[in-house]
Design a protein around this ligand. Structure first.
Ligand code: GDP
Length: 319
């Protein structure tokens, strides 16, 4: 049986992979989930010890210093440096231990900002990743993740390593990071709506509610990572996103959260907070060509599942 080591194994996508493989085992493979308690990947020594201990045949690299808009705006240095270090050590160790495959995680938020590049048009596709600067709110994270694409292709070319990269759009789901400082928009809205339900206060969405986003359910991301490990071997990144027609405003996603909770008062919008990037519509054409049968969980149903998880697991949620 081959061993696939999943870094960031107890984060949102790691948890989702655990759920999928416990229900539908992948023949011939066993998954080992590791996190910062096993090794701090910012240290090469610690990363080497982890590889010596686990001796993986393959790696799915999900560990990252990651967060929503407001964390990105305040912690550019850490997000650049920690991600560069972790990614560097994982790539080096995968080569030193001659793993059969490394799947790394990018994000569609690292692609160029439309208003800053003459070479970009919507929808954004995989070929445009380096065609202009990212949105200024998340430069640190974006440049570190862009290097993951560059490095993966270099290792592939020079050392014939089978390194691939996947770029999901905004992920959410069970076991998300629901903290006030670091969370992405959906878990933040779930936490806030739950609190408003319990204390009778308002449900306040930050910013104008007008920005547009595509969202992907973590269980769908997990299925796609497993599929990509087994079937996607191309040097270029692959965007993981529902169709462009599934793009919604932040106000709409707030309403989905309110509906899932049965919160019936009007949503409030606090425009003191930044809106961040207005829109970054991506194309999923390449994914649908490579995996035509894949079915995404419809967004309102996925939001309901995330809300139900939060209600049922409030005591152990990452707050
Ligand atoms: P992004 O998609 O990379 O910009 O990151 P986020 O997942 O943090 O989403 C940011 C968008 O959601 C911005 O338009 C915010 O104004 C909006 N938003 C509304 N309320 C919240 C909130 O409580 N937390 C976060 N992170 N974003 C919020």
């Amino acid at each position: 049986m081959k061993k696939i080591m999943v870094t960031g194994g107890h984060g949102t996508v790691g948890y989702a992979i655990q759920q999928i493989v416990s229900r539908e085992p992948v023949e011939g493979y066993r998954f080992i989930f590791v996190d910062i308690g096993d090794a701090n990947l910012c240290s090469k020594t610690a990363t080497l010890s982890l590889f010596e201990k686990v001796r993986p045949d393959g790696v799915i690299h999900l560990a990252a210093d990651v967060g929503g808009l407001y964390k990105n705006m305040d912690h550019g240095v850490e997000m650049l440096e920690k991600n560069l270090l972790m990614n560097m050590h994982i790539m080096q160790c995968c080569k030193e231990f001659n793993v059969e495959k490394l799947v790394s995680c990018l994000s569609t938020c690292i692609f160029p900002e439309l208003s800053l590049s003459d070479h970009i048009r919507l929808p954004i596709d995989e070929t445009m990743i380096h065609m202009g600067p990212p949105h200024p709110s998340n430069e640190g994270y974006a440049y570190a993740k862009r290097m993951l694409d560059v490095q993966s292709r270099y290792y592939r070319k020079q050392y014939k390593q089978n390194y691939i990269t996947l770029a999901p759009t905004n992920i959410f789901g069970p076991n998300d990071n629901f903290s006030t400082e670091n969370s992405h928009v959906i878990p933040a809205l779930i936490r806030k709506c739950h609190a408003a339900m319990n204390n009778g206060g308002d449900f306040v969405v930050w910013g104008s509610g007008r920005p547009l986003r595509q969202f992907i359910f973590s269980l769908d991301v997990a299925r796609l990572f497993i599929w990509a490990y087994l079937h996607y071997d191309e040097a270029e990144p692959l965007i993981l996103s529902p169709d462009e027609s599934q793009e919604v405003s932040i106000a709409t996603i707030g309403q989905y959260v309110a509906d899932a909770f049965g919160y019936f008062k009007p949503l409030m919008f606090d425009t003191k907070y930044s809106d961040g990037q207005f829109q970054r519509t991506v194309s999923n054409r390449k994914l649908m060509e490579r995996y035509p049968d894949f079915k995404f969980t419809p967004l309102p149903a996925a939001v309901k599942k995330a809300v139900d998880w939060y209600r049922g697991n409030f005591a152990k949620a990452r707050l």
